[in-house]
Design a binder for this molecule. Structure first.
Ligand SMILES: Cc1ncc(C[n+]2csc(CCOP(=O)(O)OP(=O)(O)O)c2C)c(N)n1
Length: 354
């Protein structure tokens, strides 16, 4: 396999505060990273296009613009490593290898959804691939992931746990508690902060003093770095470094990755017109789209050309069409299904309903 040493155009060189990026990757791996980001983008766009048909019975939080964080991170993990996330789940679930059909069934409230139609978009889980849990409660997944990492440590399992969190999640007390505990016990957990600068429509500057999130985390005595969240390779390498530290007993790392969501906080459209963020700001970030940038780099390196991209697009589009058709043809849950996976089952369905 050819190994390519790609220096990235937007790799943080000259951007103060970013970690330098030095990774070497096999060509096949680079193409996989590109394809995985493109696949997530196209899935998200299709979800966005269909959302107003009202077949999906779930709130959604699209990750369009934030594909490099999920893909770069999951690419540095083993299948047996665990990934947790907050409410913005789609990228993490898909990048870790979560089943697309089961995800779309979940979003359409069909019984063969990945959590049996009980959770919707904010509760995607696929244990077969280590997509261990997601939570709609801001900060909810952070202590659970820390606990899972402690459990792995106590059982002597060779397992690292990553939890995705947003910038607003650093404002939840439980995140500080988790960092403190993880540092104290040196648990193998990675706190991956996707800093997209907004909590719904509140800018970071209105919520936190002017500080560096990385320094805030470092004050808890955890390793703390900042990487360019639009650069899939920089993300991959930062996570690989954090994973190596965690596997060797060195404890937790906090990674801050500045990114930008191109769409609204929730739902399918763009909410910039409401005035909470400047459209010029969004346009500037769109010009450093993680997929376009990486595609350019791969193109310049001779690894990717238009026919190859078109072939990927066709394959992805067929997969998406089939997955939606599968979801829409899948049955809705019945009343009987309500009584599955519940702990208190003394009364039968009829008694319980009365
Ligand atoms: C405990 C709690 N408080 C408030 C909310 C409402 N809420 C949902 S998402 C969100 C913003 C979260 O922002 P961030 O963690 O930065 O993630 P992002 O949405 O930017 O990806 C808020 C306040 C919630 N779900 N849970």
């Amino acid at each position: 396999m050819t190994e390519t040493n790609i220096r990235y155009r937007y790799d943080g060189d000259g951007v103060p505060g970013f970690e330098p990026f030095t990774g070497r990757h096999a060509s096949a791996e680079l193409l996989d990273l590109y394809r995985s980001m493109l696949r997530i983008r196209r899935i998200e766009e299709e979800i966005g296009r269909r959302y107003h048909e009202d077949q999906m019975k779930t709130p959604i939080h699209l990750v369009i613009g934030q594909e490099a964080t999920a893909v770069g991170c999951a690419g540095a993990l083993r299948l047996t490593d665990l990934l947790y996330s907050g409410h913005r789940t789609h990228g993490a679930y898909l990048a870790k290898g979560g089943d697309l059909k089961a995800m779309l069934c979940e979003m359409h409230c069909r019984v063969n959804g990945c959590v049996g139609s009980r959770g919707g978009s904010m509760h995607l889980i696929d244990k077969r691939v280590g997509m261990a849990g997601t939570s709609a409660i801001v900060g909810g997944a952070v202590p659970i992931a820390t606990g899972a990492a402690l459990a792995a440590q106590m059982k002597g399992e060779d397992r690292v746990v990553v939890v995705f969190l947003g910038d607003a999640t650093t404002e939840e007390g439980v995140t500080a508690e988790s960092l403190n505990f993880a540092a104290l016990k040196k648990v193998p957990v990675i706190f991956f902060c996707e800093n997209n600068f907004y909590s719904v429509q509140s800018p970071l500057a209105t919520r936190q003093p002017n500080r560096d999130l990385r320094n805030w985390a470092a004050a808890h005595e955890v390793a703390a770095v900042r990487v360019d969240g639009t650069n899939v390779l920089a993300v991959h390498d930062a996570v690989a470094t954090a994973v190596a530290l965690a596997r060797s007993g060195g404890g937790p790392t906090f990674i801050e990755a500045p990114v930008y969501r191109f769409r609204a906080h929730g739902g399918a459209g763009d909410d910039s017109a409401t005035g909470y963020r400047a459209e010029a700001e969004r346009d500037a970030w769109e010009s450093v789209c993680p997929i376009a940038q990486f595609g350019d780099v791969l193109g310049q390196s001779g690894l990717l050309d238009d026919p190859a991209i078109n072939a990927m697009e066709r394959e992805i589009s067929t997969e998406i069409a089939e997955a939606f058709a599968f979801a829409l043809a899948s049955p809705n849950p019945t009343e009987e299904d309500l009584y599955q996976h519940v702990y208190a089952t003394e009364a039968g369905p009829t008694d319980a309903v009365g």
